[in-house]
Design a protein around this ligand. Structure first.
Ligand code: GTP
Ligand code: IMP
Ligand code: MG
Length: 340
């Protein structure tokens, strides 16, 4: 029985979608549960030559034997939820995807308020998906819950009961976080953050699993950093420099160009500390070091890449167990066995 959590170590978009898909496809947990803020996230999954962009349904959907659950802490936009159920029809997600009946519901007015707010949309650079106003209404205790609305009928469950029962019976659970450490309402670059804490402890609370039941906390870092929206970014480089290095990026949800920076060891150390990281997944090493594109064996990495990995381990005192060398599931170096 294992219960692992994966979270982002930067400002989101670290490649969590890819890592989640890989780990779930390999380890085949019985339950994959989505934590985090809500549909402001955009996870990318590349599988069997197809690319999927997801905002609500757990990225582990490619493991067709798993139940896909959304924890009570996550905001649900029923339109996005139903759209993704149809979109992922091929993976038979209907009948195995459920949101906790206590999930708070994003309504049209929340999106309008988000997009219409100078503070949220212009100053903070929010995604405009209604998450901030919805979490405000949740704190005010005026928001509707999934169990109260017609469009979620037949799609709700008691997520903590399912998850804790599965663990009691010796089955595996995987909890996927969204956003990233730097966007945490508590520990990020306030006020340029999202509307909630984004660390592993909150991910566990989102699902209704106590901290004593968690085995591993996997923190994902990209080999460089990206940030969308406003706010401090100590290791930021110019767009010209990013283009020269060929590491420019555009957002999955908003299509906005992402700000780019170099790997930040101070951020990595703090992120590992507050998340209680036991493992690091390092993504997009191929974009920084093209020679390692699609490499699947550690021994085939160049000395330069090995040095980079070693430095991260030395500084954070956390082992790098997953090295991602391309967007596809198969572009992965898995070092978890070496930990045993
Ligand atoms: P958020 O929940 O929004 O933070 O999303 P995310 O962490 O899943 O990241 P997102 O999918 O928004 O962005 C990561 C991008 O990098 C996607 O286009 C992925 O397909 C891609 N990607 C992930 N890992 C790798 C990798 O190792 N190499 C390359 N070249 N691309 C990768
Ligand atoms: P909000 O969560 O939409 O209110 O946006 C607040 C800040 O968090 C903005 O800077 C967004 O760009 C950022 N943000 C929220 N979710 C994500 C994500 O999944 N990836 C990257 N940035 C995000
Ligand atoms: Mg994203």
């Amino acid at each position: 029985m294992t219960c692992n959590i994966l979270v982002g170590g930067g400002w989101g978009d670290e490649g969590k979608g890819k890592c989640i898909t890989y780990l779930c496809y390999q380890d085949k947990p019985e339950i994959i549960a989505r934590a985090g803020v809500g549909p402001n996230a955009g996870h990318s999954v590349e599988f069997n030559g197809e690319k999927y962009g997801l905002r609500m349904i757990p990225s582990g959907f490619v493991h067709t034997g798993a139940r896909l659950l959304i924890g009570a802490g996550v905001l649900v936009d029923p339109r996005v939820f139903h759209h993704e159920l149809d979109y992922l029809n091929k993976y038979k997600v209907k009948g195995r995807t459920f949101a906790d009946y206590r999930c708070a519901i994003i309504e049209e007015e929340h999106k309008e308020q988000d997009k219409g707010s100078d503070h949220l949309y212009k100053k903070i650079g929010s995604t405009g998906t209604g998450c901030g106003p919805a979490n405000r209404d949740r704190a005010l205790r005026t928001i509707k819950l999934a169990g109260d609305i017609e469009s979620m009928e037949g799609y709700t469950a008691d997520v903590p009961l399912e998850v804790n029962t599965a663990l009691d019976e010796g089955r595996d659970v995987f909890i996927e976080g969204s956003q990233g450490f730097g966007l945490s309402l508590y520990y990020g670059t306030y006020p340029f953050v999202t509307s909630k804490d984004t660390t592993a402890s909150s991910a566990a609370a989102d699902i209704g699993v106590g901290p004593t039941r968690i085995d591993d906390v996997i923190v994902v870092f990209k080999s460089y950093i990206t940030r969308v929206g406003e706010g401090p970014f100590p290791s930021e480089i110019t767009q010209d420099a990013a283009e020269e290095m060929d590491i420019e990026e555009y957002g999955t949800v908003t299509g906005r160009r992402r700000r780019v920076g170099l790997f930040d060891m101070d951020l990595a150390r703090e992120s590992c500390m507050i998340n209680g990281a036991t493992q690091i997944a390092l993504t997009c090493v191929d974009r920084l070091y093209p020679s390692c594109e699609r490499v699947t064996e550690y021994s085939d990495l160049s000395g330069e890449v090995k040095k980079f990995v070693q430095e991260i381990q030395d500084e954070t005192k956390v082992p790098v167990t997953i090295i991602s060398t391309g967007p596809d599931l198969t572009d992965t170096i898995d070092l978890r066995d070496e930990l045993m």
